[in-house]
Design a protein. Structure first.
Lengths: 350, 317, 197
């Protein structure tokens, strides 16, 4: 039986990172899972609901956390980040530092999986939408937090009477944002709009879109159910301006399917801001000599969609915007790559 | 988009210029000569030297955009005017959004399209000029913002909370690069107004066009421009605006001269005087009212003058 | 109105309109409608819609806009270009649509007042100088505030300005602009709309 002495470093404790750590650890190899925040979970931990089955993301998270706890091969280091990495023959020597305590460590690992996830593009460049100017204009992650608050039943905030969702804020925008499509916003916007109607049946929900992209199993049906059974109004037109009037917000757009400019009065606006790699991804990639593209996403090698460099793999939204299930697939794929690497290239312990 | 769209005033003017070339505005000279005078007086107080040149002609953009003639002559005229400024080794400062937009746009076209630059230079070479694309085009409103603190320190007639609604106009904020604020939610004029003691009012139709820019006020006055201006003034009135400032004599014409017609057509009083922001800064800095030329305004400023308790001087307003 | 047969003469007409190569990225239009939402004219004139005009230009269909009243209503506020996610300079396209219309003798009534202004500006070296009677008032206002009665424009400036008009063919173009053969323009993008003006 081959000695499983290799150690893998997994950077990022979101779903992709947790999945990669689990599959490598459950195969019998040692894993060091490093997470910048104080807890594991990443964006998954911030979600109130999921598409396309309206399942509770906490259940998935708890399932992963439990498995991690039960896997002795995995060492979890939260509140720590990577400060430096150096290559020594077939090994990476990596320096870690605690965010608050200043706890400093150095580790030697035989492979690395980068799974640092995403954050949202700063929508305040769109002065016309008033993000950062009007208090009731929020981005989708901030709105998800509000949904959690309303859903907990302990919220003191008055629920909104009408909410407008703007899609493609920063995506598909060569002028002030990113030219690419952030892939998941059409689906999560439908989810959020549907939840608003479930929580507050009297409220109005509008989604302003250019297209809606629902390519996945049950995705189209999900979106149609939000429109047809939950009665969310979809208006085709990218909003031009948001103006305050009498404590409310006026959205100016064109209903392009009718060819008419319209004004809609709402209480709250949710911006589906573009997905960008979380800060520090580029620097981290440089430390491990992995390639990033012009937007900072990790670039994969030809014929290998989860490999970013020599003994370096990646998974999840640090490679490009991806939904929950996709992050899970990629985490498992990166784990498989690592295990294949170790079995192709035997390495004695250290 | 590789160049940065919005820059800070310190990036735009690393150093405050000692001398600037003030580009004469046709509408300014004809309709509101007080604006040019106000700029000269205020710049004097701030220690900036103003250079003008009698050889400079109209920027020739207005008639281009009204489709009276084709771009070639406007390109050549722009090249000639900017060549005159370049000979003085200065940057061009306009005080009209129209001059800004046209000079900027046309010089951008020439700087990025060698064929057009060649064409323009071939024509003006016959008169002994050569345009190299060196002079930067600025608007005095940018300099006011850069010198906001100096202006605030020299205020002698603070505006006592006067409710001022800003009209930015279209052609400055519509430019693509190197402007002070985003066209989405500009605030730099409001900051200047606060600095001189006014109360800026963010009325709903603050960013609506004045409607005059390409002569639609001549071709489509009743059908388009008047209903359009009515919306703007109604919004300003509802928000309690007492005075509107502009930074373009063209916008000033559109907003000031049309008010009596609006009152007649819609049977509603507005009485909101419209002046250039340079003139308002002039008032705050103690420039004598006579030199600010308010007799050229259609909507009289008597109410404002009384409210602020200012000396009228010998001339009537 | 019989169902329109989709005319696609795509290749060619786009460049026939954009002869000055100022709007080279027109095909990046996503038809998102951000321009129309911001347009002051669209909110007043039900049939004016920049997005639909761009669509016609890309399809190579001049039938609607060429003799339309709509293209003469744009204010050139550039509100469209300011919000466009692809930075399409729609006003520069509009300028060229108007040139094409004039070449076919449409919309001349909207040009003739500016022909007069242009020919007068050519003499004065500046635009909007009024007639003699109007000049008296201006000279008085200017003198009152301590400026020169008339803006200081040198004779050399006026002569060279005039010469530039002649050298670039603008004088000839202006003199030839005539509404003798003018053909009428009407609102064309009215299908399905309620038009009240």
């Amino acid at each position: 039986m081959k000695d499983k002495g290799e150690t893998t470093l997994v950077v990022g404790g979101g779903l992709a990172g947790m999945e990669a750590a689990l599959k490598i650890g459950q195969a019998g190899y040692k894993v060091i899972l490093v997470e910048k925040q104080a807890v594991l979970g990443g964006v998954l931990g911030q979600l109130y609901s999921s598409f396309p089955r309206w399942e509770d993301p906490q259940a998935l998270l708890n399932n992963k956390l439990q498995q991690i706890q039960q896997c002795p091969q995995i060492m979890v280091l939260t509140g720590m980040s990577i400060t430096n990495a150096q290559r020594d023959d077939k090994v990476y020597i990596v320096d870690l530092q605690g965010i608050n305590q200043g706890d400093i460590r150095q580790i030697r690992v035989d492979a690395v999986v980068l799974a640092t996830g995403f954050e949202l593009f700063d929508a305040s460049v769109y002065g016309e939408y008033g993000y950062g100017i009007y208090p009731n204009v929020v981005n989708s992650l901030e709105f998800e937090a509000k949904l959690k608050e309303w859903g907990s039943g302990h919220s003191e905030q008055i629920p909104p009477k009408s909410v407008a969702f703007f899609k493609c804020v920063g995506s598909r925008d060569r002028s002030k944002g990113k030219p690419y499509c952030s892939k998941i916003c059409c689906m999560y916007t439908a989810k959020q709009a549907g939840i608003v109607k479930d929580m507050f049946p009297e409220a109005k929900a509008y989604v302003f879109y250019m297209d809606y992209r629902a390519s996945g199993k049950d995705y189209e049906e999900f979106t149609r159910s939000v429109i047809e059974t939950k009665h969310v109004r979809y208006v085709r037109g990218r909003p031009s301006k948001v103006l305050p009037e009498n404590g409310k917000l006026i959205v100016r757009a064109e209903d392009t399917l009718m060819g008419v400019p319209i004004e809609v009065e709402v209480d709250m606006i949710v911006l589906a801001a573009a997905i960008i790699p979380s800060r520090g991804t580029r620097e981290l990639a440089q430390m491990f000599r992995a390639v990033t593209d012009e937007y900072g996403f990790l670039e994969h090698e030809t014929f290998n969609p989860v490999k970013a460099g020599d003994r370096v793999f990646f998974a999840g939204a640090c490679g490009f915007a991806i939904e929950t299930q996709g992050a899970q697939y990629q985490g498992a794929a990166a784990a498989a790559e690592v295990i294949a690497l170790f079995n192709r290239d035997p390495q004695g312990g250290d | 988009m590789t160049e940065q769209r919005v820059v800070s005033p310190e990036e735009l003017f690393p150093e405050v210029p000692a001398s600037i070339f003030l580009f004469r505005s046709c509408t300014g000279s004809m309709e509101y000569p007080g604006t040019e005078n106000a700029i000269k007086e205020v710049m004097n107080k701030l220690g900036v030297n103003i250079v003008m040149d009698p050889d400079q002609t109209c920027c020739s953009g207005y008639l281009l955009t009204c489709s009276a003639h084709k771009p070639e002559v406007s390109l050549a005229v722009t090249a000639r005017n900017l060549a005159i400024v370049e000979k003085q080794n200065l940057d061009t400062y306009v005080f009209c959004n129209g001059c800004y937009g046209y000079n900027r746009e046309l010089s951008h076209i020439m700087k990025h399209n060698p064929a057009y630059m060649q064409m323009a230079n071939d024509v003006i070479a016959k008169q002994g000029y050569k345009y190299e694309g060196k002079t930067e085009i600025h608007h005095v409103q940018e300099l006011w913002y850069r010198l906001k603190d100096e202006i605030a320190s020299k205020v002698v007639n603070p505006l006592q909370g006067l409710k001022v609604g800003v009209h930015y106009g279209c052609h400055y904020l519509a430019q693509q690069y190197h402007i002070l604020d985003d066209g989405g939610y500009p605030t730099f004029h409001e900051e200047i107004i606060e600095a001189i003691g006014g109360t800026p009012v963010f009325y709903k139709e603050r960013q609506l066009c004045c409607g005059y820019s390409v002569g639609r006020g001549i071709t489509h006055k009743e059908v388009m421009v008047q209903p359009h201006l009515y919306k703007k003034f109604k919004s300003a009135k509802e928000a309690g605006v007492e005075l509107i400032t502009t930074c373009c004599p063209g916008c000033n014409v559109g907003l000031d001269r049309e008010q009596p017609n609006l009152t007649k057509r819609y049977e509603e009083e507005f009485n909101i005087p419209v002046i250039d922001i340079s003139q308002l800064i002039g008032i705050a800095l103690g420039v004598p009212l006579k030199k600010l030329g308010f007799e050229a305004n259609t909507v009289p400023l008597n109410g404002i003058i009384n409210r602020l308790g200012l000396e009228r001087g010998e001339s009537s307003l | 109105m019989p169902r329109e047969k989709y005319k696609d003469k795509a290749d060619g007409l786009y460049k026939q309109v954009d002869t000055y190569n100022l709007v080279e990225n027109l095909e990046t239009c996503l038809a998102c409608g951000k321009c129309v939402g911001n347009c002051p004219v669209a909110s007043l004139s039900p049939s004016y819609n920049p997005r639909q005009i761009i669509s016609d230009v890309l399809n190579g269909d001049a039938e609607r806009w060429l003799n339309s009243e709509e293209i003469w209503r744009c204010f050139w506020c550039a509100g469209c270009a300011t919000v466009c996610p692809n930075d399409i300079q729609f006003p520069l396209l509009m300028m060229q649509l108007r040139y094409r219309a004039v070449e076919h003798n449409y919309g001349l009534k909207y040009i003739m007042p500016f022909k007069r202004f242009a020919l007068r500006a050519r003499e004065d070296g500046l635009t909007f100088a009024p007639s003699e009677k109007g000049r008296e008032k201006i000279k008085r206002y200017r003198s009152n505030l301590g400026a020169t009665p008339w803006p200081e424009i040198s004779d050399r400036a006026k002569a060279e300005y005039k010469e530039l008009f002649d050298l670039t063919g603008a004088t000839e173009y202006l003199n030839n602009t005539s509404d003798e053969a003018e053909k009428p323009v009407i609102l064309k993008y009215t299908e399905g709309r309620i038009i009240s003006d």
